[in-house]
Design a protein around this ligand. Structure first.
Ligand code: GUN
Length: 290
């Protein structure tokens, strides 16, 4: 069997086309504030991509690039100002933050109505009790990609490798709410292969290049690769290339559907950020509570 490719770029284009049409009809344009602290090369790339996509859709992106040694208090002050700014609808603080800044304090300072990442405890809580307000963008993208296969997932076994706050944990909740049976594996799981081999749907988000090999996959599984690993290689124009957590070239022969890296989860995640920004816009402009 050769798997069909879940084309993230194409899925994202479809979502963005609809959003663009909705945004064109607005007199006041949605505004997303993005805060970048320090000089993490991957974060720089992600923020630039968000900026490009926002511009295409008619979303104003206000970018705040701050120095690595910024005091936590200064960042909290900026967030307070953005919370109170009626022209700003969404606030995103790019992660990871430098180690001297407490990530939890920063996320909790964001007004939940403007929390387009869905990372605030209120939004996470709403997600976990089954009434999501802002679903985190990557988990939301993963569900969209699985749905694009048109395979019924109710009753199927979803195995997630990775238990991060921003991907593994929330996607497990979303999959549960879609009536799949969910197993979460992580770095301390013994005999990972025993679990991954049982997966009708396998979501991998650990950041280990090519961790998942062909013999770890059930024949016909849907495989979603969330890993974006930079491999330094001077023979490439940029000095590196990107690969996922799944050994794509081999696993493609066993899965029924597989998402590539790049061109898989990444573009859909950005489309979901645009969608959450429009949602924040409506909450703010219409004065609705979360
Ligand atoms: N860093 C990696 N992924 C994300 C994300 O989804 N949101 C933010 N804010 N930072 C990230």
């Amino acid at each position: 069997m050769t798997a069909k490719i879940i084309d993230g770029k194409k899925i994202a284009e479809g979502i963005k086309e609809k959003l663009k049409f909705q945004i064109e009809g607005l007199t006041i344009k949605p505004c997303l504030a993005v805060i970048l602290v320090g000089n993490n090369p991957a974060s720089n790339v992600y923020v630039n991509m968000k900026e490009i996509e926002c511009t295409k859709l008619g979303i104003i992106l206000k970018k705040y690039c701050l120095k690595e040694n910024l005091l936590e208090e200064k960042l909290l002050n900026l967030i307070k100002a953005l919370n109170n700014d009626v022209h700003v609808h969404g606030i995103l603080v790019q992660l990871p933050l430098p180690s001297h800044i407490d990530e939890f304090n920063i996320i909790e300072a964001i007004e939940p109505k403007k929390d387009v990442d869905g990372f605030h405890a209120i939004n996470m809580g709403c997600l976990f009790i089954g009434t999501p307000k802002f679903e985190p963008c990557t988990p939301k993208a993963i569900i969209e990609m699985i749905n694009s296969t048109n395979i019924t997932i109710e009753g199927k076994h979803a195995v997630i490798v990775g238990r991060s706050k921003i991907v593994g944990n929330p996607v497990a909740q979303l999959l549960l709410q879609h009536n799949t049976t969910v197993t979460i594996c992580h770095s301390k799981t013994h005999d990972l292969k025993e679990y991954t081999k049982q997966a009708d749907i396998l979501v991998v988000a650990v950041g280990i290049p090519h961790l998942i090999k062909e013999d770890m996959i059930k024949e016909g599984a849907i495989v979603i690769d969330v890993g974006v690993n930079r491999i330094e290689d001077i023979t490439y124009k940029k000095g590196y290339y990107l690969c996922g957590d799944v050994d794509f070239e081999k696993v493609i022969n066993k899965a029924s559907y597989i998402s590539p890296v790049p061109g898989g989860v990444g573009p859909v995640t950005i489309a979901m950020l645009m969608s959450n920004t429009l949602k924040a816009y409506h909450l703010i402009e219409n004065g609705k509570a979360i």
